[in-house]
Design a protein around this ligand. Structure first.
Ligand code: NDP
Ligand code: MG
Length: 395
């Protein structure tokens, strides 16, 4: 039996992972399931799958979790330290699918066991790519990308030498606002931004898709995973979301990966790797699709892509700064303190402030330095949001 842990089990990716493993219960021994606020889901899955331990990141919810799992034989724990302890428990395969930079340390703890880390949490690589890749090499661990575009590239690269790759292209649906008049974007609401045309995902990544900060994160993720220079990583709008990524080789041949927009393909690929096994995902019907269309992203509509290029060119801890500023700006947008287009403005200003802070972005890639850059960017972004919302209300 394979020992499996899921960090972020109650979320969209976590639930899709559980959907797959629950179809073959005899094959897996569930070590740890972790969640946050959703105690009901966490307890139900831990009980059903017979997990060793269920952990909520929320200290204040320990008693709720304990009550929900009374008599089940599942151990319970709560808080950040308990989450890291659960992540470090011996397991053959760990899914890292907590949302945001909060997933970095648990993912790192799991990686240090030297087994397989299925990585959905792209923020881990955006914030600390060189540190994570070095740690994986040192521990003999395998990182399998779960982000659909990166799983697609990984699959397209099988049997190929990375030195023959001329470029990779990530596709993007363009999100909720791809066809909105530009002038209306500033007034878009969180509810409008949280509606995705093709994929069913968590709220935060769905809004990041509308702003294309998701693609910005993914370009950096691709750079870290595949070690390609930034000018060989591209993004193209593909409204149908059937082609997930393309790899172009030096001989001019391009290999594309296609499939229905269902994350259980990428999750299941990582679960069965290095083999393939049948998965319960819809099959591609090209005749029904009719046409696959592509267009270049409009950088005026999607400034996040320009920011991603600047961050990749800058290197160092600029990715950690960008991500933390983006997470803070997204919180402010969700709280209706700033508008949709103001998120990118905040991120740009925070990057400028961080640049002026001596030794911050150029600090060596240690966990402490990444966390310091993250804290600095969150505080700077909160100050920026406060002054932007003061300006708006005229106070
Ligand atoms: P969700 O918001 O649906 O789920 C997030 C999970 O993380 C939940 O289990 C949540 O617990 C938990 N969580 C939230 N905050 C914390 C915290 N501070 N500490 C510990 N746990 C926490 O996110 P998604 O599943 O959509 O995304 C997860 C990751 O996968 C993200 O990095 C995303 O970018 C990436 N990804 C997602 C895709 C998708 O299709 N959804 C596609 C590609 C990548 P609870 O809900 O109980 O509070
Ligand atoms: Mg993706």
């Amino acid at each position: 039996m394979r020992r499996i842990s899921i960090l972020g089990a109650t979320g969209s990716i976590g639930q899709s992972t559980i959907d797959l493993i629950a179809r073959d219960p005899g094959a897996y021994a569930v070590v740890a399931l972790t969640g946050g606020a959703n105690i009901t889901q966490l307890a139900a899955d831990a009980r059903r799958l017979g997990a060793q331990v269920a952990v909520t990141a929320r200290d204040d919810l320990l008693e709720d979790l304990r009550a929900a799992l009374a008599g089940s034989g599942v151990a319970v724990a709560a808080g950040r330290a308990a989450l890291l302890e659960a992540a470090a428990r011996p397991a053959d395969w760990v899914m890292s699918c907590i949302v945001g930079a909060a997933g970095l340390e648990p993912g790192l703890a799991a990686l240090q066991q030297g087994n397989v880390l299925a990585l959905a949490n792209k923020e881990t690589l955006v914030c600390a790519g060189p540190l994570i890749m070095a740690e994986a090499r040192a521990r003999g661990a395998t990182i399998l990308p779960v982000d659909s575009e990166h799983s697609a590239i990984f699959q397209a690269l099988l049997g190929e030498d990375i030195s023959s790759v001329e470029s990779v292209t990530l596709t993007a649906s363009g999100g909720a606002f791809r066809d909105w008049p530009l002038a209306d974007l500033a007034r878009a609401t969180p509810e409008q931004a949280a509606t995705h045309p093709n994929w069913d995902m968590g709220q935060r990544i769905t809004i990041d898709s509308a702003s294309m900060f998701n693609k910005a994160l993914e370009m950096i993720e691709a750079r870290e995973l595949f070690g390609l220079p930034p000018d060989r990583i591209d993004a193209v709008i593909h409204p149908e979301s059937l082609v997930h990524a393309l790899v172009t080789h030096v001989d001019g041949g391009t290999i594309a990966h296609l499939g229905a927009p269902d994350m259980r393909h990428a999750i299941g690929y990582a679960l069965n790797w290095p083999d393939r096994a049948p998965l319960p995902v819809p099959r591609l019907d090209l005749a029904a699709a009719g046409a696959l269309t592509f267009r270049a992203p409009d950088l005026a509509r999607f400034p996040a892509l320009r920011i991603a290029r600047a961050v990749m060119a800058r290197g160092g801890l600029a990715g950690a700064v960008m991500n933390a500023a983006k997470e803070t700006a997204l919180d402010a947008f969700l709280a209706r303190r700033i508008g949709f287009t103001a998120m990118a403005d905040t991120v740009s200003r925070v990057l400028d402030v961080a640049e002026a802070e001596s030794g911050l972005i150029d600090a060596p890639f240690s966990l402490d330095n990444v966390l310091r850059a993250d804290r600095f960017a969150r505080k700077t972004a909160r100050d920026d949001v406060a002054s932007a919302s003061r300006d708006n209300t005229g106070r």
